[in-house]
Structure formats: structure tokens, C-alpha cells
Design a protein around this ligand. Structure first.
Ligand SMILES: [Zn+2]
Length: 251
């Protein structure tokens, strides 16, 4: 079984990570869709960093949910597997999905990288769990980190609105799509507003392959799906994966 899974904010929302849409996503009455831009960072890097530090902390305190676990389980049972996630948190990884089976197409929130050169480092919780690390982070709370190599500001390693997708990650997706059609494509918890999500899902699905959408709401992808599951991912995916593992789709 060759599988492609695409996930979006809906999957993390069930772990308590607010989405950018709707009132819940607002931070200090600010619209995240306007904070997550190169323009906002240029204008007020301190404010943008404050917001990202809070989001990092929230993610550290969150736990993977049943959807993350079901996807990691499916990956173990598939012959070939790739997850493309729009989520910048580490919940898929913490549910046990190996890095090489996952593309974070919108970046990684725990990555701090230079806005000018290729210098960067990660601040993932499980990579350093020392107490002083915590203190250091608190100490630097009001500081915008700077790159030592170039006199430039460091920024979170995420893709902001209006920015291009990371080239390497796009190449990994293209490599997987070029390696053959998929028997099964699952698109979960994404409103599929980005054209490339729909494009990848449709290109991946074999002519007779399954394209399953898991989302409580209708999306632009719904009309192309072979199966619609109108439920939250944490409820639908464990059941769906159990069925698929017991009885894989036939081409
Ligand atoms: Zn630099």
C-alpha cells in the first residue's frame, strides 16, 4: 500500500492548538493572519517573537491526540508512506512518526533561523530538557535573537503568508509523487484553501485509488474525494486506520 496523508490545523486544534481562523486564534486582539507575515516582522519583530514564544510554550504543553497516533500507526503498516503537514508544531513527531516520512511544508516553529543566511538551530523540548534551557528562554523573552554570522535578525522557521514554500521540502513532495501513484490519499483537518494541497492530493491519487477527506466541513477538495468523513480527525482517523489496516483498499 502506497499512502499519502495531508494534515492541517484541524488535526492540531484537537490538541488545544488554536487555528488561525476565527476568534479563538486571536492573540491580544491581533489577527494571526496579519502577525504571520514578513511585513509584521519587519515592523515589530519583538511583538512577533513574543507571539511565537507563547505559541511554542503552548505546543510544548500540548499532547498528540488520537489523530496523530492513528497516522503514525498507518505509516507503520504502509509499504510506502508520506505525510505532508501544514502544521508547524511537533505533534506528529511526538506521536512517533519518523522525520523521513514527514514533510512540514509550512516549516517548523521550534526552528530559529537567520532572516538572511542559512544559520539556524532548533529549540524542541525533547532535544534539550535541561532546566537552565528554560531559564535561558525566559531570560531572552524580550530579546529578538540576532545572527552571529551576519548582522541580521533571527526569525521563527515557519513559512509566513506571502512567502514561498521551502524548496527542499517541495522537492521531497515531488520526489514522492514522482515515485508512483498512491492507493490511498487521506486529507484531514485542512480547509484546503491552498491550491497546492488540492493539487498534490489529486496528483497522488491513482485513477481508482481512494481519496478520503476527513473534515466536519465541506472544502474545495470535497467534490474530488471518493469518500467524505464529516467528523473531527481525532474521532474519525483511529476508526478509519483500523479499517484500512485490516482491509487495505484494492486497486
Ligand atoms: Zn545569518
Amino acid at each position: 500500500m502506497r499512502v499519502l496523508v495531508l494534515t492541517g490545523a484541524g488535526v492540531s486544534a484537537e490538541s488545544g492548538i488554536p487555528t488561525f481562523r476565527g476568534k479563538d486564534g486571536y492573540w491580544r486582539n491581533l489577527d494571526p493572519a496579519r502577525l504571520a507575515t514578513p511585513e509584521a516582522f519587519e515592523k515589530n519583530p519583538k511583538l512577533v517573537w513574543e507571539w511565537y514564544r507563547e505559541r511554542r510554550q503552548r505546543i510544548r504543553n500540548a499532547q498528540p491526540n488520537a489523530a496523530h497516533e492513528a497516522i503514525a500507526n498507518l505509516a507503520q503498516h504502509a509499504h510506502e508512506f508520506l505525510l505532508i503537514t501544514q502544521n508547524v508544531d511537533d505533534l506528529h513527531a511526538r506521536a512517533g512518526l519518523p522525520k523521513e516520512k514527514m514533510v512540514q511544508i509550512h516549516g517548523d516553529i521550534f526552528l530559529t533561523r537567520c532572516s538572511r543566511c542559512d544559520f539556524g538551530f532548533t529549540e524542541r523540548k525533547h532535544e534539550h530538557e535541561h532546566e537552565h534551557e528554560q531559564e535561558q528562554e525566559e531570560e531572552e523573552e524580550n530579546v529578538v535573537p540576532r545572527c552571529a554570522k551576519r548582522d541580521a535578525l533571527m526569525r521563527p522557521g515557519v513559512v509566513w503568508f506571502g512567502e514561498q514554500l521551502p524548496w527542499n521540502e517541495v522537492q521531497r513532495v515531488e520526489g514522492y509523487l514522482g515515485g508512483g501513484v498512491c492507493d490511498l490519499v487521506i486529507v484531514a483537518g485542512t480547509t484546503a484553501t491552498f491550491g497546492y494541497i488540492i493539487d498534490w492530493a489529486m496528483r497522488a491519487a491513482a485513477p481508482n485509488g481512494e481519496l478520503i477527506e476527513v473534515n466536519p466541513e465541506e472544502t474545495p477538495l470535497s467534490q474530488f474525494a471518493t469518500r467524505l468523513v464529516r467528523e473531527p480527525a481525532a474521532i474519525a482517523l483511529p476508526r478509519l486506520v483500523d479499517q484500512l489496516v485490516a482491509q487495505p483498499p484494492e486497486l
